[in-house]
Unconditional design. Structure first.
Length: 473
């Protein structure tokens, strides 16, 4: 709780600085893991350019931080008796940072992976990156098995496995001697390996492919480490009220130039391929052949009938899995997207979406859930004050008028729109079985309202922090 309060105070002090709104939003995302300060249009530009992952604190950020900490603590490695001290300090600092940023799933994955890597590196253990990655995945799944069904978990580990498996193969295709060319070739190889690994899953979930992903990474990744380091310096200087002439203005110019590059790439909409479709059988088949291509000890030409029969079995098994186990029957989803809240559920063979702010573009979310519920029909409606479905009785809290509600015993309380209410009195009056906080709640209010839920022993779910909530009807 103290770390969370410190985080909120730091965000408040950053918001009071003289930096531009764009700079404050980027710093909030890069340093604090808080993306609410970035304008919706800019977020969509990052997604179209194929670099939306840069705004989420994940493997790239934690990796750069880990390498910097190991470099700073390198003198300790000369002392035989304290060879584990630097690894312990790095792991301690990484997990402190994970708690400081709110223990988001992407941060937990990255910190777990690089904690094991730092321990292996400093402890002179066998440093097999593949073992480190698989070990971190195993630990996370043992601690929280639902991670296996998280899109972020699947894509992040696929990207890392793609890099580890594909980089050695692709890098042997060409070995330039000139150092600048070699640097960009290695950057290209890493980007291609990661993209090849996640493209199939990305198309399956999001139905689009950024055609300019390679150019985006060429333009941004070489400078991203410097931008991240400078962001930490600017944040620290503003938090301690250290004023250096021109410091904030220079950072504002860098962020403005950075965003202009992103917007220029995102504007090439003819190279952003949308409305792509893959079913589960096709996904399994494509990953099966990708696995075969990565096998260096065997040739695909050997025993082709075995591979053909295996592919057919995978496709047939995928269809059986979809038809009998994965097709959702009666479920309602609560989801946060771009600072709004929406409910999605099937009704009369169509997808019905109840949206808190209808001016927000929810095409991607709608596309995902129409595929999830296997329907092409879609109906939007404004989010009502009361939702009654089967055994569910959902009360939606948008403003102070909720205090006048009588004779309604809700199973769930959905809070959205930052209502100015006495939350303790509201909980005492309606006594919901569970509270769900929407994606547009201000962070400082969330801290207070979550404390109220804990005090009254009412379970709660934060859509912006914990992800979508699935409720059986």
């Amino acid at each position: 709780m103290k770390i969370e309060l410190w985080r909120q105070k730091s965000l408040k002090r950053l918001s009071d600085s003289s930096l531009s709104m764009a700079s404050k939003g980027l710093l909030g995302a890069l340093i604090f893991g808080e993306q609410s300060g970035i304008e919706m249009g800019q977020m969509q530009a990052y997604a179209k350019a194929g670099v939306i992952h840069l705004l989420a604190i994940s493997g790239l950020h934690i990796g750069l931080i880990t390498f910097f900490l190991l470099f700073i603590l390198r003198p300790l490695n000369r002392l035989d008796r304290v060879k584990y001290v630097s690894a312990f300090l790095v792991i301690l600092l990484l997990w402190f940072y994970a708690f400081f940023t709110g223990l988001k799933p992407s941060v937990i994955r990255a910190v777990c992976m690089f904690s094991l890597w730092a321990l292996a590196t400093q402890g002179n253990f066998r440093q097999d990156p593949l073992n480190v990655v698989l070990c971190s995945a195993f630990i996370l799944l043992v601690c929280y098995p639902p991670y296996l069904f998280s899109v972020g978990f699947q894509m992040s580990y696929l990207a890392v496995l793609g890099i580890l498996s594909g980089h050695p193969i692709l890098s042997r295709l060409w070995q330039p001697r000139w150092r600048p060319i070699r640097f960009f070739w290695q950057l290209t190889v890493v980007t291609l390996a990661a993209q090849i690994a996640v493209t199939t899953l990305s198309v399956f979930y999001f139905k689009q492919f950024p055609g300019l992903f390679l150019i985006s990474n060429w333009m941004i990744l070489p400078f991203f480490g410097g931008l991240l380091g400078l962001s930490f310096i600017i944040t620290g200087a503003n938090l301690i009220s250290l004023k250096i002439w021109g410091m904030n203005e220079i950072y504002d110019w860098i962020v403005h130039t950075f965003n202009r590059c992103i917007n220029a790439i995102a504007a090439q909409e003819n190279l952003i391929f949308t409305d792509l479709k893959l079913n589960l059988g096709a996904v399994l088949l494509l990953y099966f052949f990708l696995f075969l291509l990565l096998q260096r000890r065997r040739k695909i030409a050997q025993f082709p009938w075995v591979y053909l029969l295996s592919a057919l079995l995978i496709v047939q098994g995928g269809f059986v899995l979809v038809q009998h186990f994965l097709i959702p029957k009666k479920t309602l989803w609560m989801v946060s997207h771009y600072q709004t809240t929406a409910l999605a559920y099937p009704e009369n063979n169509k997808l019905k979406m109840l949206v808190a702010h209808q001016e927000v573009n929810l095409d991607k979310i709608a596309s995902f859930y129409t595929q999830y519920f296997y329907t092409d029909s879609l109906a939007y409606q404004s989010l009502p004050n009361f939702i009654i479905k089967e055994h569910l009785r959902i009360l939606v809290c948008k403003n102070a008028s909720i205090m006048s509600v009588e004779d309604f015993d809700p199973t769930h309380l959905l809070v959205t729109g930052n209502p100015k209410i006495n939350f303790d009195r509201l909980l005492e009056k309606i006594k919901p079985q569970k509270v769900i906080f929407g994606g547009d709640i201000r962070p400082w209010r969330l801290v207070l309202w979550e404390a109220s839920c804990k005090k009254q022993k009412i379970p709660y779910h934060n859509l912006a922090k914990e992800g979508s909530l699935k409720i059986s009807l």
